[in-house]
Design a protein around this ligand. Structure first.
Ligand code: ZN
Length: 300
């Protein structure tokens, strides 16, 4: 019963850990500046729109060629989805895209590392949580069976009659049964000790995992920070990238900011690139993005 209580506690801790992570999605949130400036059918739609790489902070660990390649991928998403050359690389006159390294990137990297470590713990914990209760139940059943056999043997021993004509044969048979039960008891005890070790190991792993979560920086500061920003002042565009946790996220962020470069506002669909918060569902421009572009930039 003590084990069951522990197990419930463990399950709660694991659940809490999971909740902690699902609440930690880092997003590029609303660029207020852009939205105050832009209206539908705004004058920001002229294309093709040239871009160029500006300052690339070396702390991002990206070469210029890599950065240009990733930006080009994001630009091609718009070109392909619209069937037009909306964006092109213009190293001489394009608007500037800066990669500015600050605490946000460090926080993202820390979070990613923590997430990976937690995933490792979870991989180690999950099988134990699933299998141990079953193994304890199996052992309990075997012990119950053993106790029945033991009781039966005790009964036979108490009924043993030393003066019966086949007493010697009976005595030998009872002795054999007894030895067999002793071996069975040894084996059951080994099994029990092994399971206790497994349980201790599992509890220790869970304790370490929870300690890792507790000592990690609280996610509040990072929960909603912007990872990209598009500003347009007197038709002068500038894009700034502050942080990214993967190339996929970076491409989605740049594609999102490119959308704002044309004056496109946020969409309601979480899987669309123009959704206000960066998330894992954003893989490519969706019908909602194209609809937003058409309603913003195409004469009706
Ligand atoms: Zn936005």
């Amino acid at each position: 019963m003590n084990f069951l209580i522990r197990l419930i506690f463990i399950a709660i801790l694991v659940f809490l850990g999971w909740r902690f992570w699902t609440q930690q999605q880092v997003g590029s949130s609303v660029e207020q500046l852009t939205h105050q400036v832009l209206n539908p059918k705004s004058p920001y739609c002229q294309s093709p729109l040239g871009w160029r790489l500006g300052r690339l902070d070396p702390a991002f660990n990206l070469t210029e060629a890599q950065a240009i390649q990733l930006i080009s991928t994001a630009a091609d998403m718009w070109n392909q989805a619209s069937g037009q050359q909306l964006l092109h690389h213009d190293p001489a006159h394009g608007f500037v895209i800066d990669f500015k390294f600050d605490a946000r990137q460090q926080q993202l990297l820390k979070q990613r590392l923590l997430q990976r470590n937690l995933a490792r713990y979870d991989d180690a914990i999950q099988p134990g949580l699933q299998n141990l209760p079953e193994k304890f139940a199996e052992l309990d059943a075997k012990i119950a069976e053993f106790n029945q056999q033991k009781a039966l043997l005790q009964q036979q021993i108490s009924q043993f009659q030393p003066n019966a004509h086949n007493a010697e044969a009976q005595r030998r048979q009872l002795e054999q049964q007894q030895q067999s039960l002793v071996r069975e008891a040894d084996w059951l005890e080994q099994q029990r000790q092994q399971l206790m070790r497994d349980q201790d190991y599992l509890n220790e792993t869970i304790r370490q995992r929870n300690e890792l979560v507790q000592t990690a920086e609280q996610p509040t500061a990072a929960a909603s920070f912007e990872v990209g920003l598009m500003t347009i002042k007197q038709l002068q565009r500038q894009m700034t990238i502050f942080a990214f946790s993967s190339e996929t996220d970076l491409i989605a962020t740049i594609a999102h900011e490119f959308g704002h470069a044309f004056g496109i506002a946020h969409t309601e669909e979480p899987d669309s690139i123009m959704f206000h918060q960066l998330n894992a569902q954003q893989q490519q421009l969706t019908a909602a993005d194209i609809q937003a572009w058409q309603s913003t930039c195409q004469a009706q």
